[in-house]
Design a binder for this molecule. Structure first.
Ligand SMILES: C[S@@+](CC[C@H](N)C(=O)[O-])C[C@H]1O[C@@H](n2cnc3c(N)ncnc32)[C@H](O)[C@@H]1O
Length: 444
C-alpha cells in the first residue's frame, strides 16, 4: 500500500481516526460513527478497542514520549505511537512487545514513510522498556502521580481526591481505564428466548443484560424488532424516581437522543390498559438540531396507543404560547430534566471527555443547570413531580444545583414552593455501572 492508499485494517483505521482526533478535535464516538458501514463485526470492534484504548491511556504514553522524542511528531505519527503505546500497556505473552514494535514499524512504512518507520522502531522499543519498568503509584500517591499512571488531567484527579477521598478517587480512575461492557434494556413483554440468552447475559439490574461481543447482527435485529435498547443500567435511576403512571401528562424537557424518554414510555406501557394508555401524554422536548433526528427515531419506537409529542425549542426561552401552538399543556404531572453536564459519571464510555473538560466547566454547567431547572419547574403542576438528573458524579452539578434551586428566594423553587422528597446516586466503583444522580422535587 502506498501512503496515498486508504487504510483498511482495524489498526490503520484506528490510526487515521486518532489523527483526526488530534488534528480536528473530533469526538471519539463521532469518529467511530464515521467509519464506513463495510467496517463491521470483529473489524469494527477491534478498531473501536484500539481507538478507545489509545485515547484512554494517552496521558501515560505521552508522558514517556515527551522524554523519548525530541520534537513533537506530526499527528499521524503521534497516532501510531499512541496505538502502539496502548498495545504495550494492554500487554500479552512473552513476545508481545517485540510484535507490537514490528507491527508499528511495518504499518508506518505504508501510513507514513521509511525514515519515520525507523524513528518508530527506536521510539517504540524505548517506550516498551520504559513502560515495563514502571510501578503503579503507592496507595497514598498524590494527584500528579495518579494522573500520570491513570492518564487523567491532574486537576481532575485533585478534584476527585477532595470529593471521594484516596480510595474512592483511585477506584474511579481504575474504573475509567477499563473497557466498558455493552448493556441493553430488554423492552419486550416476553422474556428473552434461549437463543437470545446465548448473547444476552442477565445482569443484577432488572431488565438489563450485558451484550456479549460479536453478536451485532442479532442485536441489531432485536433493536429493530423493538425488543432491545442499548442503554446503561444507570439510566434506570432517573426513570425509577420519576415513576411515570398511565394517564399522566409527562414532559421530558431535555430529551434527545431519547433513551430515557423511551424507558418512560415502556415503563408506562408495562402497567397500563389500552384506555389508560390513550389518556397518557408524553412530550419530548429538545433544542432543534442533529440530536433531534435520533430523538424522532426513538419516539417512533414508543408503544402504540400512547400520545407522544415532540417540541423542538429552548426550554429556558419557552413560554406557554409555545405549548399552545403545539396544542399541548403548559404544565404537567411530572417533568424530567436530564440536564447537560460534565459527563464525569460516564467517562468509561466517553473516553475523550477527560481531555476536553476544563476546570471552570463545572461552574458553567451548574449555571446552565440551575437555569434549566428553574425553567423546568415552571412546567410542573401543583402537587406534581420534578426530577432533576445528570450523569455527573460531581457535587457542584448535583446537590449544589438542587440546593441553589430550593434556596433562591426569587426563583420558582424558593420559599418552600418545591420540596426535595428523595434522591438517588450511583458511583461507578460502588455500583458497577455508570455514575448518575437524580432528585425528586415536588411542587407544593
Ligand atoms: C444529557 S442530554 C439528555 C439525554 C436524554 N435525556 C437521554 O436519555 O437520551 C441533555 C440534552 O439537553 C438538551 N438541551 C440543552 N439545553 C437545552 C435547552 N435550553 N432547551 C432544551 N433542551 C436543551 C441538549 O440538546 C441535550 O440533548
Amino acid at each position: 500500500m502506498s501512503t496515498n492508499e486508504q487504510p483498511t485494517t482495524p489498526w490503520s483505521l484506528a490510526v487515521m481516526l486518532i489523527t483526526r482526533w488530534l488534528e480536528k478535535s473530533e469526538r471519539a464516538d463521532a469518529l467511530l460513527d464515521s467509519l464506513p458501514r463495510e467496517v463491521a463485526g470483529v473489524e469494527r470492534a477491534r478498531c473501536q478497542h484500539l481507538l478507545f484504548g489509545a485515547l484512554r491511556h494517552k496521558g501515560r504514553v505521552d508522558s514517556h514520549l515527551q522524554r523519548l522524542v525530541a520534537r513533537a511528531p506530526r499527528p499521524r505519527l503521534s497516532a501510531v505511537l499512541l496505538v502502539a503505546g496502548f498495545e504495550l500497556i494492554e500487554g500479552g505473552d512473552e513476545g508481545h512487545a517485540a510484535r507490537v514494535v514490528h507491527h508499528a514499524v511495518e504499518q508506518t512504512k505504508t501510513l507514513a514513510s521509511q525514515p519515520e518507520a525507523r524513528m518508530v522502531n527506536a521510539v517504540v522499543r524505548k517506550l516498551a522498556a520504559a513502560l515495563a519498568e514502571e510501578k503503579p503509584p503507592a496507595k497514598l500517591a498524590g494527584a500528579e502521580q495518579l494522573a500520570a499512571w491513570f492518564s487523567h488531567p491532574a486537576w481532575l484527579v485533585q478534584r476527585w481526591l477532595a470529593q471521594f477521598g484516596a480510595a474512592g478517587a483511585r477506584a474511579l480512575l481504575e474504573w475509567n481505564q477499563k473497557p466498558a461492557p455493552v448493556h441493553a434494556r430488554w423492552r419486550a413483554s416476553r422474556a428473552p428466548s434461549e437463543t437470545e440468552l446465548a448473547w444476552l447475559a442477565p445482569s443484577r439490574w432488572e431488565q438489563f443484560y450485558e451484550v456479549k461481543a460479536g453478536n451485532w447482527p442479532s442485536v441489531e435485529a432485536a433493536i429493530i424488532a423493538g425488543n432491545l435498547y442499548l442503554q446503561d443500567p444507570s439510566t434506570r435511576l432517573a426513570v425509577g424516581l420519576l415513576a411515570p403512571q398511565a394517564g399522566e401528562s409527562i414532559l421530558d424537557a431535555c430529551a434527545a437522543p431519547g433513551g430515557k424518554c423511551l424507558a418512560i414510555a415502556d415503563a408506562i406501557r408495562a402497567n397500563a390498559d389500552a384506555e389508560k394508555l390513550e389518556k397518557t401524554l408524553l412530550v419530548a422536548m429538545d433544542l432543534p438540531g442533529a440530536r433531534v433526528d435520533r430523538l424522532k427515531e426513538n419516539l417512533s419506537r414508543a408503544p402504540e396507543g400512547m400520545n407522544v409529542a415532540l417540541v423542538q425549542g429552548d426550554l429556558i426561552a419557552a413560554r406557554p404560547p409555545l405549548f399552545d401552538e403545539h396544542n399541548l399543556p403548559a404544565e404537567y404531572n411530572a417533568v424530567l430534566l436530564d440536564a447537560p453536564c460534565s459527563n464525569t459519571g460516564v467517562m468509561r464510555h466517553r473516553v475523550d471527555v477527560k481531555w476536553r473538560l476544563q476546570p471552570n466547566d463545572f461552574t458553567k454547567h451548574a449555571r446552565q443547570q440551575l437555569a434549566l431547572l428553574e425553567a423546568a419547574a415552571r412546567r410542573v403542576r401543583h402537587g406534581g413531580r420534578l426530577i432533576y438528573s445528570t450523569c455527573s458524579i460531581d457535587a457542584e452539578e448535583n446537590e449544589h444545583v438542587v440546593t441553589a434551586f430550593l434556596e433562591r428566594p426569587h426563583g420558582p423553587g424558593g420559599h418552600g414552593r418545591f420540596a426535595l422528597e428523595k434522591s438517588v446516586q450511583s458511583f461507578p466503583w460502588m455500583d458497577g455501572h455508570d455514575g448518575a444522580c437524580a432528585f425528586l422535587l415536588r411542587r407544593r
